[in-house]
Design a protein around this ligand. Structure first.
Ligand code: PLP
Length: 398
Protein backbone atom coordinates (compact mmCIF):
# COMPACT_ATOMS: atom_id res chain seq x y z
CA UNK A 1 0.00 0.00 0.00
CA UNK A 2 1.32 3.47 -0.82
CA UNK A 3 -0.67 6.37 0.51
CA UNK A 4 2.10 8.93 0.11
CA UNK A 5 1.63 12.29 -1.58
CA UNK A 6 3.35 13.18 -4.87
CA UNK A 7 5.06 15.90 -2.89
CA UNK A 8 7.03 13.49 -0.75
CA UNK A 9 7.57 11.00 -3.58
CA UNK A 10 9.38 13.61 -5.65
CA UNK A 11 11.44 15.00 -2.78
CA UNK A 12 15.08 13.89 -2.99
CA UNK A 13 16.69 12.42 0.09
CA UNK A 14 19.53 14.55 1.42
CA UNK A 15 22.62 13.26 -0.42
CA UNK A 16 24.81 13.74 2.60
CA UNK A 17 22.43 11.60 4.63
CA UNK A 18 22.42 8.89 1.92
CA UNK A 19 26.22 8.72 1.93
CA UNK A 20 26.43 8.56 5.71
CA UNK A 21 23.89 5.73 5.73
CA UNK A 22 26.05 3.75 3.31
CA UNK A 23 29.12 4.41 5.46
CA UNK A 24 27.24 3.23 8.54
CA UNK A 25 26.27 0.00 6.78
CA UNK A 26 29.91 -0.67 5.89
CA UNK A 27 30.96 0.12 9.46
CA UNK A 28 28.36 -2.30 10.81
CA UNK A 29 29.96 -4.96 8.62
CA UNK A 30 33.23 -4.28 10.46
CA UNK A 31 34.93 -1.95 7.94
CA UNK A 32 36.93 1.04 9.10
CA UNK A 33 35.25 3.89 7.21
CA UNK A 34 36.34 7.52 7.46
CA UNK A 35 33.50 9.89 6.73
CA UNK A 36 34.41 13.23 5.20
CA UNK A 37 30.81 13.71 4.15
CA UNK A 38 29.35 15.52 7.12
CA UNK A 39 28.35 19.14 7.32
CA UNK A 40 28.92 19.89 10.98
CA UNK A 41 31.85 21.08 13.09
CA UNK A 42 33.55 18.37 15.13
CA UNK A 43 33.88 20.78 18.07
CA UNK A 44 31.75 20.96 21.20
CA UNK A 45 29.55 23.89 22.15
CA UNK A 46 31.58 26.46 24.16
CA UNK A 47 30.98 26.02 27.94
CA UNK A 48 29.45 29.49 28.50
CA UNK A 49 26.72 28.65 25.97
CA UNK A 50 25.99 25.30 27.61
CA UNK A 51 25.69 27.10 30.95
CA UNK A 52 23.14 29.49 29.48
CA UNK A 53 21.03 26.53 28.29
CA UNK A 54 21.18 24.88 31.72
CA UNK A 55 20.31 28.17 33.38
CA UNK A 56 17.28 28.52 31.08
CA UNK A 57 15.97 25.14 32.22
CA UNK A 58 16.46 26.15 35.85
CA UNK A 59 14.68 29.45 35.24
CA UNK A 60 11.69 27.60 33.76
CA UNK A 61 11.93 28.72 30.17
CA UNK A 62 9.45 25.96 29.44
CA UNK A 63 6.47 27.74 27.91
CA UNK A 64 5.76 28.56 24.27
CA UNK A 65 8.01 31.44 23.28
CA UNK A 66 6.70 34.24 21.03
CA UNK A 67 6.50 32.90 17.44
CA UNK A 68 9.32 35.03 15.94
CA UNK A 69 11.55 34.52 19.00
CA UNK A 70 12.09 36.20 22.39
CA UNK A 71 12.28 39.97 22.12
CA UNK A 72 15.69 40.17 23.86
CA UNK A 73 17.09 37.57 21.46
CA UNK A 74 15.81 39.50 18.45
CA UNK A 75 17.34 42.64 19.93
CA UNK A 76 20.65 40.82 20.31
CA UNK A 77 20.42 39.62 16.69
CA UNK A 78 19.62 43.16 15.58
CA UNK A 79 22.75 44.30 17.41
CA UNK A 80 24.81 41.47 15.90
CA UNK A 81 23.71 42.43 12.36
CA UNK A 82 24.84 45.99 13.01
CA UNK A 83 28.09 45.04 14.77
CA UNK A 84 29.29 42.33 12.36
CA UNK A 85 27.61 43.16 9.06
CA UNK A 86 26.77 46.85 9.11
CA UNK A 87 23.10 45.91 8.57
CA UNK A 88 20.21 47.73 10.17
CA UNK A 89 17.48 45.19 10.92
CA UNK A 90 15.00 46.17 13.64
CA UNK A 91 13.75 43.37 15.95
CA UNK A 92 10.45 43.23 14.04
CA UNK A 93 12.42 42.40 10.88
CA UNK A 94 13.94 39.35 12.55
CA UNK A 95 12.43 35.85 12.81
CA UNK A 96 14.14 33.12 14.82
CA UNK A 97 13.50 29.56 13.61
CA UNK A 98 14.32 25.92 14.23
CA UNK A 99 17.58 26.05 12.29
CA UNK A 100 18.46 28.11 9.23
CA UNK A 101 16.88 25.29 7.27
CA UNK A 102 13.47 26.30 8.58
CA UNK A 103 14.29 29.95 7.96
CA UNK A 104 14.94 29.13 4.30
CA UNK A 105 11.78 27.03 4.04
CA UNK A 106 9.74 29.87 5.54
CA UNK A 107 11.09 32.41 3.05
CA UNK A 108 10.63 30.16 0.01
CA UNK A 109 7.11 29.10 1.02
CA UNK A 110 6.17 32.74 1.63
CA UNK A 111 7.47 34.08 -1.69
CA UNK A 112 7.15 31.36 -4.34
CA UNK A 113 3.96 30.49 -6.17
CA UNK A 114 3.69 27.31 -8.27
CA UNK A 115 5.47 27.93 -11.56
CA UNK A 116 7.67 30.73 -10.25
CA UNK A 117 11.34 30.43 -11.10
CA UNK A 118 14.25 30.50 -8.67
CA UNK A 119 17.82 31.05 -9.82
CA UNK A 120 20.28 28.65 -8.20
CA UNK A 121 23.94 29.19 -9.03
CA UNK A 122 25.58 25.73 -8.87
CA UNK A 123 27.12 24.35 -6.82
CA UNK A 124 24.18 25.09 -4.50
CA UNK A 125 23.28 23.65 -1.12
CA UNK A 126 21.02 20.65 -1.81
CA UNK A 127 18.20 21.82 0.42
CA UNK A 128 17.55 25.00 -1.63
CA UNK A 129 16.63 22.89 -4.63
CA UNK A 130 14.26 20.62 -2.74
CA UNK A 131 12.51 23.40 -0.82
CA UNK A 132 11.92 25.29 -4.07
CA UNK A 133 10.34 22.14 -5.53
CA UNK A 134 8.18 21.67 -2.41
CA UNK A 135 6.84 25.19 -2.94
CA UNK A 136 5.97 24.30 -6.55
CA UNK A 137 8.74 26.56 -7.85
CA UNK A 138 11.06 25.77 -10.73
CA UNK A 139 14.79 25.76 -9.95
CA UNK A 140 16.84 27.34 -12.76
CA UNK A 141 20.37 26.14 -12.34
CA UNK A 142 23.29 28.32 -13.39
CA UNK A 143 26.59 26.53 -13.84
CA UNK A 144 29.74 28.13 -12.49
CA UNK A 145 33.26 26.82 -12.77
CA UNK A 146 36.26 26.14 -10.59
CA UNK A 147 38.23 28.55 -12.82
CA UNK A 148 35.99 31.38 -11.63
CA UNK A 149 36.07 30.15 -7.99
CA UNK A 150 32.46 29.03 -8.49
CA UNK A 151 31.14 32.62 -8.54
CA UNK A 152 28.06 33.57 -10.52
CA UNK A 153 28.17 36.68 -12.73
CA UNK A 154 25.54 39.32 -13.43
CA UNK A 155 25.49 38.26 -17.07
CA UNK A 156 24.77 34.64 -16.16
CA UNK A 157 21.89 35.73 -13.92
CA UNK A 158 20.59 37.97 -16.67
CA UNK A 159 20.70 35.12 -19.20
CA UNK A 160 18.43 32.97 -17.02
CA UNK A 161 16.01 35.76 -16.11
CA UNK A 162 12.39 35.46 -17.27
CA UNK A 163 9.15 37.19 -16.34
CA UNK A 164 8.60 34.41 -13.76
CA UNK A 165 11.92 34.83 -11.93
CA UNK A 166 11.25 35.64 -8.27
CA UNK A 167 14.28 34.65 -6.23
CA UNK A 168 18.05 34.02 -6.30
CA UNK A 169 19.53 31.79 -3.57
CA UNK A 170 23.21 31.48 -2.77
CA UNK A 171 25.53 31.01 0.21
CA UNK A 172 28.76 32.80 1.11
CA UNK A 173 30.92 31.25 2.44
CA UNK A 174 29.48 28.57 0.18
CA UNK A 175 28.45 25.06 0.99
CA UNK A 176 29.73 23.03 -0.89
CA UNK A 177 32.56 25.01 -2.56
CA UNK A 178 33.88 26.99 0.42
CA UNK A 179 34.06 30.04 -1.88
CA UNK A 180 33.67 33.43 -0.24
CA UNK A 181 32.01 36.26 -2.16
CA UNK A 182 33.97 39.51 -2.01
CA UNK A 183 32.26 42.91 -2.27
CA UNK A 184 32.97 42.79 -6.03
CA UNK A 185 31.44 39.33 -6.38
CA UNK A 186 28.36 40.48 -4.47
CA UNK A 187 28.09 43.51 -6.72
CA UNK A 188 27.42 41.12 -9.65
CA UNK A 189 24.28 39.91 -7.86
CA UNK A 190 23.40 43.39 -6.55
CA UNK A 191 23.57 44.85 -10.08
CA UNK A 192 21.19 42.18 -11.31
CA UNK A 193 18.77 42.87 -8.44
CA UNK A 194 18.73 46.62 -9.13
CA UNK A 195 17.72 45.90 -12.72
CA UNK A 196 14.91 43.58 -11.57
CA UNK A 197 13.18 45.06 -8.58
CA UNK A 198 10.57 42.26 -8.44
CA UNK A 199 13.32 39.69 -7.71
CA UNK A 200 14.44 38.88 -4.16
CA UNK A 201 17.74 37.34 -3.08
CA UNK A 202 18.26 34.98 -0.21
CA UNK A 203 21.79 35.46 1.09
CA UNK A 204 22.74 32.48 3.26
CA UNK A 205 25.57 33.58 5.55
CA UNK A 206 25.54 30.72 8.03
CA UNK A 207 29.29 30.08 7.60
CA UNK A 208 30.09 33.74 8.30
CA UNK A 209 32.41 32.96 11.21
CA UNK A 210 34.45 30.35 9.34
CA UNK A 211 36.60 32.44 6.99
CA UNK A 212 40.33 32.59 6.51
CA UNK A 213 41.71 36.06 6.17
CA UNK A 214 38.86 37.69 4.34
CA UNK A 215 36.37 40.09 5.90
CA UNK A 216 32.78 38.83 5.66
CA UNK A 217 30.65 40.81 3.22
CA UNK A 218 26.83 40.83 3.25
CA UNK A 219 24.76 41.29 0.10
CA UNK A 220 22.17 43.43 1.90
CA UNK A 221 24.84 46.05 2.67
CA UNK A 222 25.44 46.78 -1.03
CA UNK A 223 23.81 50.08 -2.04
CA UNK A 224 20.12 50.05 -3.01
CA UNK A 225 19.34 46.35 -2.62
CA UNK A 226 18.47 46.15 1.09
CA UNK A 227 14.72 45.92 0.40
CA UNK A 228 15.23 42.94 -1.93
CA UNK A 229 17.48 40.84 0.28
CA UNK A 230 16.79 38.33 3.05
CA UNK A 231 19.86 37.62 5.16
CA UNK A 232 19.95 34.12 6.65
CA UNK A 233 22.21 33.15 9.50
CA UNK A 234 22.29 30.70 12.39
CA UNK A 235 24.26 29.17 15.22
CA UNK A 236 24.94 25.70 13.79
CA UNK A 237 28.26 26.27 12.09
CA UNK A 238 30.07 29.18 13.74
CA UNK A 239 29.15 28.11 17.29
CA UNK A 240 29.09 24.32 16.66
CA UNK A 241 25.45 24.27 17.82
CA UNK A 242 23.93 22.05 15.12
CA UNK A 243 21.77 20.10 17.58
CA UNK A 244 20.34 23.22 19.19
CA UNK A 245 18.52 23.97 15.90
CA UNK A 246 18.66 27.74 15.87
CA UNK A 247 18.60 29.94 12.78
CA UNK A 248 17.27 33.38 11.94
CA UNK A 249 16.53 35.90 9.20
CA UNK A 250 16.82 39.62 8.79
CA UNK A 251 14.28 40.66 6.15
CA UNK A 252 11.99 43.44 4.96
CA UNK A 253 9.24 43.80 7.61
CA UNK A 254 6.45 42.52 5.30
CA UNK A 255 8.36 39.28 4.74
CA UNK A 256 9.34 38.81 8.39
CA UNK A 257 5.65 39.13 9.23
CA UNK A 258 4.73 36.51 6.62
CA UNK A 259 7.44 34.11 7.88
CA UNK A 260 6.09 34.51 11.42
CA UNK A 261 2.61 33.60 10.15
CA UNK A 262 4.02 30.54 8.31
CA UNK A 263 6.06 29.39 11.28
CA UNK A 264 3.07 29.82 13.56
CA UNK A 265 1.43 26.91 11.72
CA UNK A 266 4.51 24.66 11.52
CA UNK A 267 6.61 24.78 14.68
CA UNK A 268 5.17 27.72 16.64
CA UNK A 269 8.70 28.83 17.54
CA UNK A 270 12.26 27.64 18.04
CA UNK A 271 12.96 25.81 21.32
CA UNK A 272 12.95 28.13 24.33
CA UNK A 273 16.14 26.57 25.75
CA UNK A 274 18.04 26.97 22.47
CA UNK A 275 16.92 30.58 22.21
CA UNK A 276 18.37 31.38 25.65
CA UNK A 277 21.63 29.63 24.67
CA UNK A 278 21.69 31.60 21.41
CA UNK A 279 21.31 34.84 23.33
CA UNK A 280 24.50 34.07 25.29
CA UNK A 281 26.31 33.05 22.09
CA UNK A 282 25.41 36.17 20.14
CA UNK A 283 26.24 38.54 22.98
CA UNK A 284 29.74 37.10 23.22
CA UNK A 285 32.75 38.64 21.53
CA UNK A 286 33.24 36.93 18.11
CA UNK A 287 36.91 36.56 19.20
CA UNK A 288 35.65 33.57 21.25
CA UNK A 289 35.42 31.69 17.96
CA UNK A 290 39.01 32.26 16.88
CA UNK A 291 40.33 28.90 18.07
CA UNK A 292 37.89 26.93 15.95
CA UNK A 293 38.56 29.16 12.93
CA UNK A 294 42.29 28.61 13.25
CA UNK A 295 41.85 24.84 13.45
CA UNK A 296 39.76 24.88 10.27
CA UNK A 297 42.30 27.11 8.54
CA UNK A 298 45.13 24.71 9.34
CA UNK A 299 43.13 21.72 8.18
CA UNK A 300 42.17 23.44 4.96
CA UNK A 301 45.84 23.98 4.16
CA UNK A 302 46.62 20.37 4.97
CA UNK A 303 43.82 19.07 2.73
CA UNK A 304 44.74 21.32 -0.19
CA UNK A 305 48.38 20.30 -0.02
CA UNK A 306 47.49 16.60 0.04
CA UNK A 307 44.99 16.94 -2.83
CA UNK A 308 47.46 18.82 -4.97
CA UNK A 309 49.76 15.80 -4.79
CA UNK A 310 47.10 13.56 -6.40
CA UNK A 311 47.20 13.52 -10.21
CA UNK A 312 43.79 13.94 -11.83
CA UNK A 313 42.38 16.09 -9.03
CA UNK A 314 42.14 19.84 -9.57
CA UNK A 315 41.69 21.58 -6.25
CA UNK A 316 40.01 24.88 -5.46
CA UNK A 317 41.42 27.13 -2.73
CA UNK A 318 38.38 28.00 -0.65
CA UNK A 319 38.47 30.95 1.73
CA UNK A 320 35.75 29.75 4.08
CA UNK A 321 33.38 27.08 5.47
CA UNK A 322 34.96 23.64 6.01
CA UNK A 323 34.77 22.09 2.56
CA UNK A 324 36.94 21.79 -0.50
CA UNK A 325 35.27 21.08 -3.81
CA UNK A 326 37.85 19.71 -6.24
CA UNK A 327 37.18 19.00 -9.90
CA UNK A 328 37.61 15.28 -10.55
CA UNK A 329 36.46 15.19 -14.19
CA UNK A 330 39.91 13.98 -15.32
CA UNK A 331 39.25 10.72 -13.44
CA UNK A 332 35.97 10.02 -15.20
CA UNK A 333 35.57 7.80 -18.25
CA UNK A 334 38.11 5.40 -16.72
CA UNK A 335 37.86 2.09 -14.88
CA UNK A 336 38.90 0.99 -11.43
CA UNK A 337 38.10 -1.94 -9.13
CA UNK A 338 35.96 -3.53 -11.87
CA UNK A 339 33.82 -0.39 -12.03
CA UNK A 340 33.47 2.11 -14.88
CA UNK A 341 33.66 5.64 -13.45
CA UNK A 342 31.10 7.55 -15.42
CA UNK A 343 30.14 10.14 -12.85
CA UNK A 344 31.31 11.70 -9.63
CA UNK A 345 28.74 9.47 -7.93
CA UNK A 346 30.59 6.40 -9.33
CA UNK A 347 33.89 7.83 -8.12
CA UNK A 348 32.50 8.38 -4.60
CA UNK A 349 31.17 4.81 -4.50
CA UNK A 350 34.55 3.54 -5.68
CA UNK A 351 36.34 5.56 -2.98
CA UNK A 352 33.91 4.33 -0.35
CA UNK A 353 34.37 0.69 -1.30
CA UNK A 354 38.09 0.79 -2.15
CA UNK A 355 39.48 3.46 0.20
CA UNK A 356 36.73 3.33 2.84
CA UNK A 357 36.42 7.10 2.67
CA UNK A 358 33.01 8.74 2.29
CA UNK A 359 32.72 11.97 0.28
CA UNK A 360 29.67 13.58 -1.31
CA UNK A 361 29.30 13.50 -5.11
CA UNK A 362 29.00 16.85 -6.86
CA UNK A 363 25.77 15.76 -8.56
CA UNK A 364 24.01 16.46 -5.26
CA UNK A 365 24.98 20.13 -5.58
CA UNK A 366 24.36 20.49 -9.32
CA UNK A 367 28.09 20.21 -10.18
CA UNK A 368 28.75 16.71 -11.48
CA UNK A 369 32.46 17.33 -12.20
CA UNK A 370 33.30 17.79 -8.52
CA UNK A 371 33.21 16.08 -5.13
CA UNK A 372 32.76 17.67 -1.73
CA UNK A 373 35.31 16.91 0.96
CA UNK A 374 34.45 18.08 4.46
CA UNK A 375 37.43 18.74 6.72
CA UNK A 376 35.46 18.84 9.95
CA UNK A 377 37.66 16.03 11.30
CA UNK A 378 40.95 15.84 13.19
CA UNK A 379 44.23 16.36 11.31
CA UNK A 380 45.23 12.72 11.84
CA UNK A 381 41.94 11.50 10.39
CA UNK A 382 42.32 13.84 7.42
CA UNK A 383 45.88 12.69 6.72
CA UNK A 384 44.85 9.04 6.81
CA UNK A 385 41.79 9.68 4.59
CA UNK A 386 43.79 11.61 2.00
CA UNK A 387 46.48 8.94 1.85
CA UNK A 388 43.76 6.36 1.22
CA UNK A 389 42.20 8.51 -1.49
CA UNK A 390 45.62 8.94 -3.13
CA UNK A 391 46.23 5.17 -3.16
CA UNK A 392 42.80 4.46 -4.61
CA UNK A 393 43.10 7.15 -7.29
CA UNK A 394 46.50 5.79 -8.31
CA UNK A 395 44.76 2.48 -8.99
CA UNK A 396 42.46 4.07 -11.57
CA UNK A 397 43.58 2.85 -15.00
CA UNK A 398 45.04 5.72 -17.06
N1 PLP B 1 22.69 26.79 4.92
C1 PLP B 1 23.77 26.12 4.54
C2 PLP B 1 24.57 26.62 3.40
C3 PLP B 1 24.14 24.94 5.22
O1 PLP B 1 25.22 24.26 4.83
C4 PLP B 1 23.34 24.49 6.28
C5 PLP B 1 23.64 23.23 7.00
O2 PLP B 1 24.30 22.34 6.49
C6 PLP B 1 22.22 25.24 6.64
C7 PLP B 1 21.92 26.40 5.94
C8 PLP B 1 21.26 24.80 7.71
O3 PLP B 1 21.70 25.03 8.97
P1 PLP B 1 20.80 24.76 10.25
O4 PLP B 1 21.53 23.69 11.00
O5 PLP B 1 20.78 26.07 10.98
O6 PLP B 1 19.46 24.33 9.81
Amino acid sequence: MNLLSERIETLAESATIAMSRKSRELREQGHDVISLSLGEPDFHVPPFIKEAAIQAIREDYSHYPPIPGYKDLREAISHKFQRDNGLGYRPEQIVVSTGAKQSIANVVLCTINPGDEVLLPAPYWVTYHEIVKLAGGIPRIIETSIDNDFKVTRKQLENQFTARTRLVIFSSPCNPSGSVFTEDDLEEIAGFLRDHTQVLALSDEIYEHIQFGSQHASLASRPNVYDQVVTINGLSKGFAMTGYRLGYIGAPAWLAEACTKMQGQFTSAASSISQRAALAALKADPEELKEMQQAFHQRRDLVIEALEAIPGIKTNHPQGAFYVFPDISALLGKSAGGRYLESSNDLCLYLLEEARVALVPGEAFGSPDCVRISYASSEDTLKEALQRIKNAVENIAP
